[in-house]
Design a protein around this ligand. Structure first.
Ligand SMILES: [Mg+2]
Length: 275
């Protein structure tokens, strides 16, 4: 493991020999957007609350560890999968599980209470988009563009919200395609988006790079032999590394770990070495 001191890029695996990177995929929440910062602090307590009401629940500490673990493992997938797991956990403890969609609506309502002022502020232009972007987000998108890389966005958040929030952050023009979760959740996954990009453009794995702060996009990228960059931003402070994210991203197979996109210049040198 080697850390490039000045740039704070952590190299977990040396990047494979490759032709130039040509396509990039970005996760949205936590990777580019901070609009939904703090969602875990809404989802996890809600799930703990529900599980603590089941007849066969363990002590709160055990439940907390279980919830935290499956929420993290499923981060990057559509939200509904976290709710499907919740319903399973309720059943395991002899509770009456709701429809996962009901849990998802409840969660979203609670989350909106936390983030509504951000959406309103961005819409009325009282808040500057930069305040809710991961630092340096625009610089990496412009940098990739200048190298001729086509960028896609794929999120586990419902597509209508992703389109709206990307627009509020002025990100839309940077992307060739923007994808989010569909009601028909079986027919959408990040893996499908990745596979389509690879097949349609006849890419060898390392011509494809993905940026994400979730387990799922890193794992999916490594499964097609792409370059996976873990974005371990401390979302609340916007400075430094979130150690919990970092260790999960490494576990998922990330090749590089970055704190945010203030490292764009060095990152581009790694991705596009001078021949
Ligand atoms: Mg994310």
């Amino acid at each position: 493991m080697k850390i490039i001191e000045e740039s704070r890029i952590e190299i977990i695996h040396q990047l494979p020999e490759r032709e130039a990177v040509r396509y990039a995929l970005f996760d949205f929440d936590g990777t580019l957007s901070l609009i939904r910062e703090g969602w875990q602090a809404i989802m996890i307590p809600m799930m703990i609350e529900i599980l603590m009401q089941t007849p066969d629940h363990e002590d709160k500490e055990t439940i907390t560890a279980i919830v935290r673990d499956f929420v993290t493992r499923l981060t990057g997938k559509q939200t509904i999968f976290q709710m499907i797991q919740l319903a399973e956990e309720v059943k395991k403890r002899r509770g009456n599980a709701e429809d996962p969609l009901t849990y998802k609506d409840e969660y979203h309502e609670r989350l909106l209470k936390r983030i509504q002022y951000r959406l309103d502020g961005l819409r009325s232009q009282h808040i500057h988009p930069e305040d809710f972007l991961v630092p340096g987000a625009i610089s990496i998108l412009e940098g990739l563009q200048s190298h001729g890389v086509k960028c896609y966005l794929a999120s586990g958040t419902d597509e209508k919200y992703v389109l709206d929030e990307a627009e509020l952050l002025h990100l839309t023009p940077y992307f060739t395609g923007i994808y989010g979760a569909q009601d028909d959740y079986v027919n959408f996954s990040k893996k499908m988006v990745i596979q389509r990009i690879i097949t349609e453009n006849h890419l060898s794995g390392p011509e494809f790079v993905a940026f994400g702060d979730g387990f799922v996009e890193i794992e999916d990228t490594k499964s097609v032999n792409g370059i996976a960059i873990g974005v371990a931003t401390n979302e609340a402070d916007r400075e430094g590394i979130d150690e919990w994210k970092r260790s999960r991203l490494i576990q998922a197979g990330a090749d590089l770990i970055i704190p945010d996109f203030r490292v764009t210049e060095s990152l581009l040198q790694i991705l596009f070495p001078a021949k």
